[in-house]
Design a protein. Structure first.
Lengths: 198, 108
C-alpha cells in the first residue's frame, strides 16, 4: 500500500517547510496559511467526505475546518505532532458534532460515490460492484468513530500505522491491533449481510 | 494452522476489496479555489494608521467643544432675546401708563 500513487504523505513536524509555514501563518502571514491550505485541503476533504457520505456536507465541513484552523493557528502548540494531525483532529471534532446534530444517518447516494471502473465493463458486473460497494460503505459507517477514522486514513489516505498513530494519538502497536480487529469484524459483518441477502 | 492461513488469505482478499472501493476523491476545483479566496479575504489585515486613535480622540474632543460652544451661544442668544422682549414689554407698559395719567390738554 505504501507504494500507491495516491499515497498522501504525513509531513512530520520536523519538516522545515511545514514548520516554517505554521510559524509564519501563526504570525498572520496569509501566504503561509495558503500554502498549508493547498497542502492539506484534499486530504481533509477526503476524510470528511468518507465520514459524511456526501459532497455538500464535505465541502461545508472542510471550509469550517480551515476557518477554525485559521482562527486558532496563533495558539497552535506543536508538541511534536504534525500540523496534519491537528487539522484531522479539528475535522474529527466537527464531523462528530455533525453526526450528533443529524439524528438520522444519511444514506450515501450512489451517484456520488467515486467508482473506479475500467472502461467497457459489463453493466451487470458494474451494477453488482456498485451494490457491493454500497453495502460495504454502509457497514463501515455503522462502525465506531475510531474504526471509521482508521479505515479512511489507511485506505483512502494510504497512511502507515505510525502516521495514523500520530493522528489518533495512539501507539503504532495499538493501531495495528485495532486495524486487525476492525478488519475481522468488518469482514464478518460483510459476509453475514451477503448471506442474508442471498 | 491451516485454518489460520485460510483466514489470513481471506483477510488479504477483503483488504484488496477495501482498497478497490475506498478510493480518494477529488474536491471540486471551484470549491477549492473559492474557499482559498474566502480564507484570504477573512485573514486580510486591516490597515492601521499610526496614531490613528489619537486623531480619532482629537476629532471627538474638537466636535464636543464645538457642540458645547454652540449650545452656550444659543443659550446666551435666547436669554438676550427674552430680556429684550421683557424690556420692550416694560417700555410699552410704561408708555401706556404715562398716557393714562397725563392731564387732559386744555383747549384754548
Amino acid at each position: 500500500m505504501t507504494g500507491s500513487p495516491h499515497r498522501y504523505l504525513v509531513t512530520n513536524v520536523s519538516d522545515p517547510s511545514d514548520r516554517n509555514a505554521v510559524e509564519l501563518a501563526s504570525k498572520g502571514n496569509q501566504e503561509a496559511f495558503g500554502t498549508l491550505y493547498e497542502r492539506y485541503v484534499d486530504r481533509i476533504y477526503n476524510y470528511i467526505y468518507y465520514r459524511t457520505g456526501n459532497q455538500y456536507d464535505a465541502e461545508d465541513l472542510t471550509a469550517r475546518v480551515f476557518f477554525r484552523a485559521m482562527r486558532h493557528i496563533g495558539n497552535y502548540n506543536d508538541r511534536g505532532l504534525p500540523i496534519s494531525a491537528w487539522l484531522y483532529r479539528i475535522a474529527h471534532n466537527l464531523v462528530a458534532n455533525w453526526h450528533r446534530d443529524n439524528s438520522r444517518r444519511k444514506e450515501v447516494p450512489l451517484d456520488e460515490i467515486l467508482l473506479v471502473r475500467p472502461d467497457g465493463e459489463h453493466p451487470e458486473a458494474a451494477l453488482l460492484q456498485t451494490e457491493e460497494q454500497d453495502r460495504l460503505l454502509g457497514i463501515i459507517r455503522e462502525l465506531p468513530e475510531d474504526r471509521q477514522q482508521l479505515l479512511i486514513l489507511k485506505f483512502v489516505q494510504h497512511l502507515s500505522n505510525a502516521e495514523i498513530g500520530l493522528i489518533m494519538e495512539r501507539t503504532e502497536g495499538a493501531i495495528k491491533s485495532l486495524y486487525h480487529r476492525t478488519l475481522i469484524s468488518l469482514r464478518e459483518e460483510f459476509e453475514n449481510l451477503k448471506e442474508s441477502d442471498n | 494452522m491451516k485454518k489460520m492461513k485460510t483466514n489470513d488469505h481471506e483477510l488479504a482478499r477483503f483488504e484488496s476489496l477495501l482498497e478497490t472501493y475506498l478510493q480518494p476523491v477529488t474536491p471540486r476545483a471551484d470549491f477549492v479555489r473559492e474557499l482559498h479566496r474566502r480564507l484570504l479575504d477573512v485573514s486580510r489585515p486591516s490597515v492601521k494608521i499610526p496614531g490613528e486613535n489619537h486623531i480619532r480622540y482629537g476629532l471627538i474632543a474638537a466636535a464636543s467643544l464645538a457642540g458645547s460652544l454652540l449650545v452656550v451661544a444659543t443659550g446666551i442668544r435666547a436669554l438676550l432675546t427674552v430680556l429684550g422682549a421683557l424690556g420692550i414689554i416694560h417700555f410699552v407698559k410704561q408708555q401706556v401708563g404715562e398716557k393714562s395719567i397725563s392731564p387732559p390738554r386744555l383747549s384754548i
